[in-house]
Write a protein that binds this ligand. Structure first.
Ligand SMILES: [Zn+2]
Length: 121
């Protein structure tokens, strides 16, 4: 079973807040130079924004980029109605774990398994 209704909405709001936080963290420091080029950029707004997106993804750190991806994937899963299920075993991840980590992909057992496998490499 996956989460429904008010419960999933709560996690969705937290994911959206996290997403905003990740995006605005960079906005403060990096966007200034782009904005200062002024009118020109508005004429090619679409082009600029996709170029900017690429620029942006390069400008943020690996950690933020990975987290942003996880947040996006979690939001996608909410739309697919598979949110809250472990990607490896398909079992519910558990609400307490999601409270701590709303974009968790794996249940605790599978996460530990994955970390063990990584450590063995
Ligand atoms: Zn699992």
């Amino acid at each position: 079973m996956s989460f429904k209704g008010a419960k999933v909405e709560k996690f969705r709001q937290r994911l959206l807040a996290k997403r905003r936080e990740l995006l605005s963290g960079v906005h403060g420091s990096k966007v200034k130079s782009l904005e200062s080029t002024g009118d020109e950029i508005q004429d090619i707004a679409d082009q600029a924004s996709s170029a900017y997106t690429k620029e942006f993804l390069l400008s943020i750190g690996d950690t933020e980029r990975r987290m942003l991806k996880q947040v996006d994937e979690a939001l996608h899963k909410i739309r697919q109605d598979t949110y809250g299920l472990c990607e490896a075993c398909g079992e519910p991840i558990g609400e307490r774990r999601l409270e701590a980590l709303p974009f968790a992909r794996l249940c605790i057992a599978c996460q530990e398994e994955e970390e063990r496998a990584k450590a063995e490499k």
